[in-house]
Design a protein around this ligand. Structure first.
Ligand SMILES: [Zn+2]
Length: 70
């Protein structure tokens, strides 16, 4: 199971996907929603909106899901 590289929280697939979209497609370590919001100095609600937006746009990272470290 992937964990946040900052706080160690267990990550859900959406958190990994949004990190890949917003930060880097090459990322091997990720941040949870809260730490990502802190990094961007924004609200976690904005991250949630981004996740919804990417899903609506049919982004493959979200529709396929990210299943790493099985
Ligand atoms: Zn975190």
């Amino acid at each position: 199971m992937a964990v946040c590289k900052n706080c160690g929280a267990t990550l859900c697939a959406d958190e990994i996907s949004v990190f890949l979209k917003l930060v880097s497609r090459e990322a091997k370590t990720y941040l949870c929603k809260q730490c990502l919001a802190d990094t961007f100095h924004c609200d976690t609600a904005l991250i949630d909106r981004k996740i919804e937006q990417f899903k609506r746009n049919g982004c493959l990272l979200f529709t396929l899901g990210v299943q790493k470290n099985e």
